[in-house]
Every structure is written in structure tokens, then in C-alpha cells.
Design a protein around this ligand. Structure first.
Ligand SMILES: [Zn+2]
Length: 277
């Protein structure tokens, strides 16, 4: 337990670049994460999963309440941590979410992406065994727990708002500024500060009534089982060229062409689907 905690502390901030002992290929790939991180190998609430629409339980949750999602982000920090590109905020109104399956308010911590080598794969969660070229994870922590670090030890501590993308021929104009900045963080460890960014609404989609929700984990070590997943059905459109820019980012060893964990067993979990109708 103590050892587990120590590793947890050491590597929890993987997304901030302090933990460089995992990857997506070879002996540091997902099949080996369990050797160092018990949850990754033996947990029963692991993410991602394949969501089969015929197996979900349809439920009408209270409306999701998005706060400050319509506010342009004042100051944004963009970083390549070797595993993904992470967007955090360093000032301005903090976006938050409540309602739906969530008991309490969850504040925005950071967002990051998972992608694949081609437009045919890349998402972590699958729907009806279908993969998508890109998946956005907006990581939110429960404010009751005080801080992100505290919340990350609690079973209801984090909520991940997850959005899937589809490839189109036209560029998504809302991603133009972001795409330009991506070129500046191609090297591992590089970062850039942006003053004045689009709102989270512009960055995602405002049709968020239809979603799946289930109990799961972080999809990177230490794979802590502390996440309420909300997987939105409505996809975001990005052009092939815009998707390609993610694959140009460098990882630990050469180009970071893919960074998605394979699907994990559902075990005895239930996936719910919100149906507002
Ligand atoms: Zn993620």
C-alpha cells in the first residue's frame, strides 16, 4: 500500500511531464504497465472500454450544467509532455460542470488528446467497436475534495468529459489557432502560453444532451479508478490535415504517432446512456 502510494505520488502528474516511464510501444507499452502499476494490470474498473449501444441502460439524468464553457479562455498553457499535448489554464474564469450523473461540482483541470497513426483509429473508448481518429479528454476534479491532487485519490474524484472526432475534408475554423500553436510544441517538453483562446464550447460541441456514462479509470499509469466518464455521442469535425498535426508531435522516441490504450474488460460494470427524450 505504501509502495503503491509512493509510486502514485511520483507518477500521478504524468500529464505534467514528471513521469516518463510509460509509453505505447514495446516494453513500456500498455501490456507492461501492470508490472509497475497494480491498477493497470488488475483493476476491475479500467478504461477505456468498448461501449455497445445494445448493452447500455437508458436513463434520464438531470441536465448537465456547464459553467463558463461559453467564456473565451483568457490565458492558456499548451505543453507537449511526451505522451500527449495538454491544455491548462493559468487565469480567467474556471469552467465547471455539475448535474447529469455527477453529485457535486467539478472544476476544469486540463484537457488533452489521444490519437492514432491513421484516420481509422486513435480514440480510446470505442462505440459499437468503432474507433475514431481522435479523442479529447477534459479532466475535471470534484471541488469538494479541495484540489486536483486530493480528488485524484477519491472514487468520485474526477470526471472526464470525452469527445470523439470524425475526419472531414474541410478545416474546422475553431481549431485554426490551436493548430498553429501545435507547430510550436512539437518537441517533448516544449510549451507555449497563449493569451486569448476560444471557449470550451467553441472547442467542443454544444449539443451535449446525448452521452454515455460509466465508472472507470485514468487511461495512463497509475490507472487510478477514480473517474466518472461522460462520453458524448455528438462528434467534432476536423480535417485530415488538422488531425495529421497531432501525429507530427514528438514523443520519447521519435514521432508520437499513436497514444491510445487498448480497450479493457467491462467486468460487471453497467454503461448508462442519457436520453433526454
Ligand atoms: Zn486521456
Amino acid at each position: 500500500m505504501l509502495l503503491g502510494s509512493a509510486i502514485f505520488v511520483m507518477c500521478f502528474f504524468a500529464d505534467l511531464g514528471f513521469c516518463q516511464d510509460f509509453g505505447y510501444d514495446g516494453t513500456i507499452g500498455p501490456n507492461f504497465w501492470g508490472e509497475r502499476y497494480q491498477n493497470c494490470g488488475h483493476g476491475k474498473l479500467q478504461s477505456p472500454i468498448d461501449i455497445e449501444e445494445t448493452d447500455v441502460i437508458v436513463q434520464k439524468f438531470p441536465p448537465l450544467i456547464f459553467k463558463n464553457f461559453d467564456e473565451p479562455l483568457e490565458s492558456v498553457h499548451l505543453k507537449n509532455n511526451g505522451h500527449t499535448v495538454v491544455v491548462s489554464i493559468s487565469g480567467g474564469a474556471v469552467p465547471s460542470i455539475s448535474g447529469g450523473p455527477l453529485a457535486g461540482t467539478y472544476n476544469f483541470s486540463q484537457l488533452h488528446f489521444h490519437w492514432g497513426k491513421t484516420d481509422e483509429e486513435g480514440s480510446e473508448n470505442l462505440i459499437n467497436n468503432q474507433s475514431f481518429p481522435l479523442e479529447l479528454h477534459m479532466v475535471m476534479f470534484k471541488t469538494d475534495h479541495g484540489s486536483f491532487a486530493e480528488a485524484a485519490n477519491e472514487t468520485d474524484g474526477l470526471a472526464v468529459l470525452s469527445f470523439l472526432y470524425i475526419a472531414t475534408s474541410e478545416d474546422n475554423e475553431n481549431y485554426e489557432q490551436f493548430a498553429e500553436q501545435l507547430l510550436l510544441v512539437q518537441d517533448v517538453g516544449s510549451s507555449v502560453d497563449i493569451n486569448g483562446f476560444v471557449s470550451l464550447d467553441d472547442f467542443t460541441t454544444t449539443d451535449r444532451n446525448h452521452y454515455f456514462t460509466y465508472r472507470g479509470s485514468l487511461t495512463t499509469p497509475p490507472c487510478s479508478e477514480v473517474v466518472i466518464w461522460i462520453e458524448f455521442k455528438n462528434t467534432i469535425k476536423l480535417s485530415h490535415n488538422q488531425l495529421q498535426e497531432f501525429r507530427e508531435l514528438s514523443g520519447q522516441e521519435g514521432k508520437l504517432e499513436h497514444n491510445f490504450r487498448p480497450i479493457q474488460p467491462l467486468h460487471d460494470r453497467v454503461v448508462y446512456m442519457n436520453s433526454p427524450e
